[in-house]
Design a protein around this ligand. Structure first.
Ligand SMILES: Cc1cc2nc3c(=O)[nH]c(=O)nc-3n(C[C@H](O)[C@H](O)[C@H](O)COP(=O)(O)OP(=O)(O)OC[C@H]3O[C@@H](n4cnc5c(N)ncnc54)[C@H](O)[C@@H]3O)c2cc1C
Length: 420
């Protein structure tokens, strides 16, 4: 039957799907849902089983979803189901500090009331977003979802992209998307090199219950070994992303829960009253990783497969969301014009749109980490003066708020709240 949004004249039935997506983490499913809206037939393949990915109990992992990323989730039809479990981020307080000495008097305060668009973003637990994405894919006719299937090989020829699964099955499509995370095999098999380095830092991540309400305020304390972010979740619970040197983080992570909290307390402070653990504890080694290209013939990379950045600004997932919204728009417009969405001419539009932003974010987060994660007296003076200046100038403060909300730069339609 003819789909009015995608005339059959453009559909090549010799392929299993129009688009093959390797990776069903967070990014692959969001892109699949966006593309399926305009009639594309999409196959999403993930190595993990659905049971593992559905992750029904709270394991402590959560994300800061910027306002424009929330619009994307709304645009692909999953936000309404997530909204009840999300916590609006109303204010952000950034402070320079040292463990055990409390925050210094130098700080920046960003209040969402200074912009018209609404909260700067929302905190969402990993399990809620994942579950809704899996359910939405299952309910969408144009999406074939293969769980527990690993891609082991890929082949690109002038007419098609194909992948081979560990089971021996071969799937073909017009375009292959790598959404397979930081160690993207899709990029490696395509010969796309990466630049990057480790930070010698590890983030300790967990959910923390506290006595007093957080009032929707996110805190970032800059300590010499790395930042501590305290991000509000629903109820009297916050998510922490606590960066330490790799050795210290390893030692802290080896501690029993009570001792772990003893190490956290002087860093966290007592402004939220008594604290306790409210989920599992995770560690993530921190590194920067940038793919040299985002596109080649019949192949594109999105999200962590394309770039991995320091979590200092909480923007990793949001940069990936921008990739998704931009690529979905480029593909949709190309198909509407009758172009081959796998052609390099089309995919270069995506690369040109996203390359500069992604590189800028990587360099900015790298620079911030170098400026803030040290105890050098000169650097400390520079950043404290800088924070004082930003905080004193409403125009500059508003620019930071708009940046945190994702409202800057050339926004794809789905991030402006418009249909694809
Ligand atoms: C400490 C820390 C804190 C963070 N905090 C934030 C935050 O507050 N806000 C934010 O926006 N971002 C944050 N991020 C970043 C965010 O977690 C990532 O950007 C996001 O999870 C990436 O999603 P993805 O779908 O691209 O990749 P992944 O989640 O890595 O998913 C990749 C998927 O590909 C599958 N796969 C891989 N290889 C194959 C194969 N060969 N065949 C089949 N399947 C395969 C894997 O099974 C996996 O499910 C944080 C990151 C860290 C490290």
């Amino acid at each position: 039957m003819d789909n009015p949004k995608h005339p059959s004249i453009l559909r090549d039935m010799t392929h299993d799907s129009d688009i093959l997506i390797v990776g069903g983490g967070l990014s692959g499913p969001i892109l699949a849902l966006a593309l399926a809206q305009t009639g594309q037939r999409v196959t999403v393949i993930d190595a993990l089983t659905e049971k593992v990915r559905k992750n029904a109990t709270f394991d402590g992992r959560s994300y800061a979803v910027a306002l424009t990323s929330q619009r994307l989730l709304e645009g692909v039809g999953v936000w309404d189901a997530i909204a009840d479990n999300s916590q609006p981020i109303l204010e952000i307080k950034v402070t320079d500090g040292r463990a055990c000495q409390g925050p210094s008097p130098f700080f920046m305060h960003f209040d969402h009331a200074e912009i018209e668009e609404g909260p700067m973003g929302y905190m969402v637990q990993d399990r809620h977003i994942r579950r809704e994405l899996l359910d939405a894919m299952a309910a969408t006719d144009g999406i074939t979802h293969l769980s527990g299937e690993t891609v082991t090989a890929q082949h690109i020829d002038p007419a098609a992209a194909s992948v081979t699964l560990a089971s021996g099955k071969v799937l073909t499509g017009q375009l292959l998307i790598g959404a397979d995370g930081r160690s993207s095999g899709t990029a490696e098999r395509a010969g796309i090199k990466r630049t990057g380095w480790g930070y010698g830092q590890t983030a300790l991540v967990s959910a923390i219950a506290h006595e007093k309400p957080h009032h929707g305020i996110a805190h970032q304390f800059f300590m010499p070994p790395g930042p501590l972010a305290i991000l509000p979740l629903t109820g009297n619970v916050s998510s922490i992303v606590w960066s330490e040197t790799a050795e210290t983080a390893e030692a802290f992570n080896a501690l029993p829960d009570a001792d772990y909290l003893t190490m956290l307390r002087p860093r966290f402070g007592d402004f939220l009253g008594e604290i306790s653990l409210a989920g599992q504890r995770y560690t993530y080694p921190l590194s920067l990783s940038l793919a040299h290209r985002l596109a080649s013939d019949r192949l594109a990379l999105i999200a962590d497969a394309a770039h991995g950045v320091h979590p200092i600004a909480g923007q990793g997932l949001n940069a990936g969301m921008r990739d998704i919204a931009a690529l979905a728009e480029v593909i949709t417009d190309a198909v509407r014009r009758g172009e081959d969405p796998g052609s390099i001419a089309v995919l270069q539009r995506y690369e040109e749109w996203r390359r500069f932003d992604n590189t800028t974010l990587a360099l900015a987060t790298d620079g911030f980490n170098r400026l803030f994660s040290n105890d050098n007296t000169l650097m400390r003076s520079v950043r404290d003066i800088g924070m004082g200046v930003v905080n004193a100038l409403p125009g500059l403060r508003r620019s930071f708020i708009r940046e945190a909300a994702g409202l800057t730069g050339e926004l794809p339609r789905l991030m402006q709240g418009q249909p694809l």
